[in-house]
Design a protein. Sequence first.
Length: 106
Amino acid sequence: MIKLLIKDPVYRLRMLAVLEGFSLIFLLFVSMPMKYYLGFATFSFYVGAIHGGLFVIYVILSLEVLIRRRYSFFGFLRTFIASSVPFGTFLNDKWLKKHQFDFAAA
């Protein structure tokens, strides 16, 4: 069962979306205040680099889902925009989960 889920590109995108969402929230609400109010610039640099790497992988997985599952461009655009808004990936997860199970049922 676990191996089937890991092979599913939508499942991988959903799990990465959670990580990417938490990294964005951590970057905006923890790391950036520490940089500007406490002067911890190096901490913000590393958190930003981790978030940037997760974001690149998120976009690549979104493109994989677009191609392999033949999602609409609107679905890709919705997923991309959700990654740019704090808490957006968590709100978009319900939509991704619906499409994941719709595909599995077909």
